[in-house]
Design a protein around this ligand. Structure first.
Ligand SMILES: [Zn+2]
Length: 258
């Protein structure tokens, strides 16, 4: 993918290991016997530096597109911030940990991605390429859109009314974020920002993070009722729908839900 420089990114490299034992600290009246701060913060590698620049420009481009979509509807788009971190980071939604994967926190309206996730995306989930990374970010910005338009909150209220439908409703929200990622990809394609193979990379990433694939990778039997993101086929289908139409209205994954 061809992109310029830029991006509103907070790069938080948390490589400190806090081994302070607060209980024993209190017990010994403040003697910090077991307290230690290990390891200086690791420098960002050259690979991570170029990754950061790339992700920054995708972030800019995605949010620029949403700014235009909102402006066309006479609305202002409030920008989100991306926090790249390592290991763990504080967020308004609790501690973000690399194990939880990329996520969006509605309370501070920020996207959190662990730097190592992109390596994992490639090595563990088999989704390589820069556009796979772009897709992941665009999906998270999709959750930002759902939050500022009130769709996320409406979904949560539906979940409270119908607890048995909670997973199914969550799937619909995730598929809509995939579709929104496609809406942005449509615009990037129209502006000739995509290179050969980019769309396939995006689709492969959408497939790689499908619940059925993740469950299988985790050695579990595939149980659709446990899905919270949708199957690989569903994720590809909705990404493709956004990509082919570029229309937000086409991302009506909640159609038929009361
Ligand atoms: Zn999601």
């Amino acid at each position: 993918m061809k992109v310029g420089l830029g991006g509103l990114i907070v790069l938080v490299i948390l490589s400190f290991v806090f081994k302070r034992d607060f209980v024993s600290l209190a017990d010994t009246g403040g003697m910090s016997s077991g307290a230690a701060v290990e390891a200086p913060p690791a420098n960002v590698s050259i690979a991570e530096d170029s990754l950061t620049q790339f992700i920054g420009s995708v972030l800019d481009d995605t949010q620029q597109h949403w700014t235009e979509i909102f402006a066309a509807g006479g609305q202002r788009y409030p920008v989100s911030t991306l926090v790249l971190y390592r290991d763990a980071t504080p967020t308004a939604c609790g501690t973000g940990q690399s194990a939880s994967g990329p996520f969006y926190c509605p309370a501070d309206q920020k996207v959190y991605i662990d730097l190592d996730f992109f390596t994992e995306l490639h090595e563990r989930f088999g989704a390589a390429g820069d556009f796979a990374q772009a897709y992941v970010l665009a999906h998270e910005i999709g959750h930002h859109i759902q939050t500022i338009t009130g769709q996320s909150q409406a979904m949560r209220q539906r979940q409270e009314r119908n607890p048995s439908q909670a997973n199914q409703l969550s799937v619909r929200l995730e598929l809509q974020a995939d579709c929104y990622a496609g809406v942005w990809a449509h615009s990037a394609a129209q502006r000739n920002l995509l290179e050969d193979g980019d769309v396939e990379e995006g689709l492969a990433a959408a497939a790689a993070v499908g619940d059925d694939r993740l469950q299988k990778a985790a050695g579990r039997r595939v149980t659709p009722e446990g899905f919270t993101h949708g199957t690989s086929a569903q994720r590809m289908e909705w990404f493709r729908r956004g990509l082919s139409t570029g229309s937000v209205a086409e991302c009506n994954t909640f159609q038929g839900v009361r």
